[in-house]
Design a protein around this ligand. Sequence first.
Ligand code: MRU
Length: 334
Amino acid sequence: MALKIRTDGYCGDMRAVWFEDGEVRMIDQRDLPGKITVVGFSKYADVAEAIQNMTTRGAPSIGASAAYAMCLAALAGDDPNEAAERIRAARPTANDLFYAVEYMLSELRKGADPIAAADGYADMTVDKCTRIGEFGGPLIKDGMKIMTHCNAGALATVDVGTALAPMRKAFTDGRRFFVYVSETRPRLQGMQLTAWELGQEGIDHAVIPDGASAHYMSKGVDMIIVGADRIAANGDFANKIGTLDKAVAAKRFGIPFYVAAPISTFDFNTADGESIVIEERAETEVTEIFGRLIAPEGSRALNPAFDVTPAELVTGFITEKGILPPDGIRGIAS
Ligand code: MRU
């Protein structure tokens, strides 16, 4: 299933990130939903910068972008270890970034063609998401009310999505349901990206303020599905700030809470959530909107990009290998 684009009369199929004419191309996610801008980079350091400034974002898309960045470094004859170090430094939390860099280093050491290896990595990502959709789709029944947070759709995963994959599958299979999309302050990935993707698909949804999540849960939400940036060996996981609030409220209201993620997001070397590095981003992401100061002059802001939800609040992890309970993830470590 290709990411469908239907804005300004243009209708076509594209991925969130791909390789073409010697360049890594990607949709500039900062311009959505208003404008579809495609940007291209021919140097690995520029792709690392694009990951850092969130031109591309979402753990699996960050992974694929990193794979393509390593591909550019190999094509240019740059030192692979130096390139790997710069790319790894782009963002600290998403495990897929580190997984993809290791994958490319290993493929390049084996003498693989850099473009074929990076394209292969991106294809595998899409394939895993399709399988996440196949395992997760049957959880969604006609008439359900579902809630999601941030963007774990095609934009975040090259194509198809993780949290959105079961929704796409259930919808294509003919079931109809409603999705609460929390706006996801401060960068608004829920409102600007997830709502846009669901609208493209024709899936019924509404954007809600982040603070309205528990309110709607108290009125009746059937299921919550979110993505993840890093899942520790004990099942604690990091995802967009605000995920923890939803998990705690879901427990209070007895709502099943699912995390959809490929195995590349699992970090079996990190014992628990305490050890996950949480990215702190610029204060201005909180205090300004479109470059305009909205906080009192001089007020500080704190801006953790992610929070950690304990495994005990998770009903199941929807992966390409099946739906696993938190105490069942050790089994896939190998
Ligand atoms: O800061 P972002 O936009 O990269 O954060 C994205 C998320 O938190 C997603 O939920 C996560 O990466 C899963 S994407 C399939």
